[in-house]
Each structure stands twice: as C-alpha cells, then as structure tokens.
Design a protein. Structure first.
Length: 258
C-alpha cells in the first residue's frame, strides 16, 4: 500500500509499514498469522490460563466454615450439581445421593463402572442408622471411632438408592472429622456421595482447591478450597458380621477392630 508521510512529524514503524514496533506485539502478530495459515481462528486461541473453563472456586474456613458458603454448596447439590470439598483424609468430589443424574455424572468423571458404587457421607451415627442396618457390635465400634478417617461397609436399607448399593446390597459409609463436610450434610438433609478428587493415572498430589481446579476444570460445578490437605485415604472396615474385617489400611487406626 502507499505510505503517506506527514510533513514535519516523525513516523513510527507501525505507521510506515503497518507492522508493530513492540516485540511482544510482533510475536503475537506472527502467532495469529500462523494460526490463520493453519486454518484456526485466532479468537479460538487461549492466551492465558484464566480463559480455560474452570469451576468456581471459593475459599472456605476449614475450621469454622462460613454459613453462606455452605448454603452456596448446598444450593448446587440441590440442583443436581457436583462439588469438590476438603475432608479429613483428602479432597473429595460428590453430590446428593438422591440426584441420580449427578451420581451418574460422578461415575463419568471418575471413569468408574456403574456396578461399582461409591461410598457416601452421613452426619452422625443416628444418620447412619437410617441408611444401614447397624448391629450392636457395629454401633459400639462406630460410636467409639466416629467421626474419623474410616469407611464402614454395612448392609444398606431401602432408603439407599439402587445406584449406591452393591449387588450384595451393602454400602460404604463415612462420618468425616471435617466441619465443612458435616455442615453440608446437615444443611442438605441427605447423605453426600464421596469419592477422592483424583483420576485414574494421575501422578501428582491433589493438595488444595487449585490442584482440584487444574485436574477437573469445569467437570465439577463448585470447589470449596479449605487449604492444603495431604492425601491419606480412610481405613475401610467391614462390619457385616460381629467380627470386623479390615479391607484397607489407611489413616484410621486399625487396632480397635482387631
């Protein structure tokens, strides 16, 4: 194109050639040109991590969770959403166990077969007795060790949705020693599905809400970030008979069940 120079005024490279002077602008111009040549619209490029779709992340007090944030999480659950949250063992993801579409969504997120149900969290021992058959032995052992880093396998009751039951009609139930989890369950009024906030094959540690956001992106609807939680899974104990059986050793002390 013709270049018109204004008399008596300095002319910049951009004015003279139509090409920017700033090196960063030059690099961006080349990048856009390269994308155009390869058939990609420049508007589709993501130039910063902030543009990557992410779930909303809110910072919550791990010791005294803010009621408004608990209410926000419960509202998401009631609408059939999936949330991530800190527990006493690691970060978890979950949903209302009575929201079947949400439960199926968690199965998809974790790439887990539907015939392998997830455990769920209750608020207290009385709450456990609504969703499982609790023997005298089981009651005595759980009363001494809950809340805490344990998952107990028990016979499920008719209140438990089929998608949360094994073929043997058993359930895995937790009462975590974590104020955020307990507050959510109590306000929701229903147990909350609980599974670790990790995916198969993931090598790194998931320590906080930022790690959860990086791993799951927008596959969850809300992330409650309660700071760092070093992952150490719960101890799994079968209480299907009067003789407890340790199915997995984890954070919880196994001595009371031996």
């Amino acid at each position: 194109p013709d270049i018109h120079v204004r008399a008596g005024q300095p002319v910049t490279r951009k004015e003279a050639t139509g090409f920017p002077e700033n090196p960063d602008e030059i690099s961006l111009a080349f990048l856009r040109l390269s994308c155009f040549i390869n058939g990609f619209a420049s508007t589709k490029l993501r130039f910063s991590a902030e543009e990557t779709p992410m779930a909303q992340r809110v910072e919550i007090n791990p010791f005294n969770p803010q009621p408004r944030l608990i209410s926000q999480a419960v509202a998401v659950l009631k609408k059939g959403g999936v949330i991530a949250y800190p527990t006493d063992t690691m970060y978890g993801i979950g949903c209302d166990i009575f929201q079947q579409k949400a439960v199926k969504r968690v199965h998809q997120i974790k790439n887990r077969p539907k015939h392998k149900p997830f455990s769920f969290m209750c608020s207290c021992l009385k709450n456990i007795s609504e969703y499982s058959h609790v023997s005298n032995t089981a009651y005595r052992l759980m009363r001494k060790n809950l809340p805490g880093p344990y998952t107990f396998v028990l016979p499920g009751t008719k209140l438990v949705p089929k998608i949360m039951l094994t073929k043997q009609k058993t359930v895995g139930i937790r009462v975590p020693d974590n104020p955020t989890c307990l507050a959510i369950i109590e306000e929701l009024g229903n147990p909350v599905l609980n599974t670790s906030a990790v995916t198969e094959g993931h090598q790194g540690l998931v320590l906080d809400g930022f790690d959860v956001a990086e791993l799951f992106g927008n596959r969850v609807d809300l992330i409650l970030d309660g700071g760092e939680v070093y992952p150490n899974p719960s101890t799994v104990v079968s209480l299907l008979s009067d003789q407890p059986e340790i199915l997995r050793e984890g954070q919880g002390d196994t001595a009371p069940f031996l």
